[in-house]
Design a protein around this ligand. Sequence first.
Ligand SMILES: Nc1ncnc2c1ncn2[C@@H]1O[C@H](COP(=O)(O)OP(=O)(O)OP(=O)(O)O)[C@@H](O)[C@H]1O
Ligand SMILES: [Mg+2]
Length: 223
Amino acid sequence: MSVLELQNIIKNYPDGQNVNEVLKNVSFHVEQGEFAAIIGPSGAGKSTLLTIMGALLSPSSGTVLLNNQDISHLSKKKQTEIRLNQIGFIFQNSDLIPYLKITEQLQFIQKISAKEPLNAKKLLQQLGLDHRLNSYPNALSGGEKQRVAIARAFINQPDLILADEPTASLDSKRGREVVKIIQKNVHQQNKAAVMVTHDERVLDLVDTIWQIEDGKLKKIKNH
Ligand SMILES: Nc1ncnc2c1ncn2[C@@H]1O[C@H](COP(=O)(O)OP(=O)(O)OP(=O)(O)O)[C@@H](O)[C@H]1O
Ligand SMILES: [Mg+2]
């Protein structure tokens, strides 16, 4: 069973008198234990696709199934709940909250109802941030911030990780480290992840590759 499945997704944006058809009948799936990458030129619709996968945006038509549940036509409130419980997001610019210390960034969104909650400090230590637990984001380097964003995406142990160009602000060594952390989590914890990337140098770390062009998505590397 797929963790995430997209069926016949169409997404139009109004564009003056016209419509801009960004996604033209896109289908996609990612399984447990699979790390998928999506590549394609700027403006091709990669971020649009990822935000639809994460129920942050509704498609014009089509179905998004997360663990077999249709999440594309739920209320905003229900979608928010699903995001909190089942999806971890990592964005290009880590978007940490400036006035929270690093440990608090995780505790702030941590579910109190979790059966076996992860320890925020331990998780940060595993990502090499022991010396940063009580710092504020502005004292961290780009790579450190991105690792905090990853820890934040992992803290509630979601089934699905979505990452939009997580290496964009990093040099190639740091970028590779960040992608390796995601890879390890996917394979060891049997999770699923989807990463949008421009960075061809990290593609050897993923299991499957999809390419988007002219609004169409196709798989170009199989498991
Ligand atoms: N909220 C919006 N309203 C109208 N048009 C939008 C909106 N968001 C994106 N678009 C348009 O949809 C297309 C795809 O944008 P998207 O951000 O998904 O591309 P992308 O592949 O992520 O590009 P990049 O690699 O530069 O991040 C672009 O033509 C963009 O202008
Ligand atoms: Mg984008």
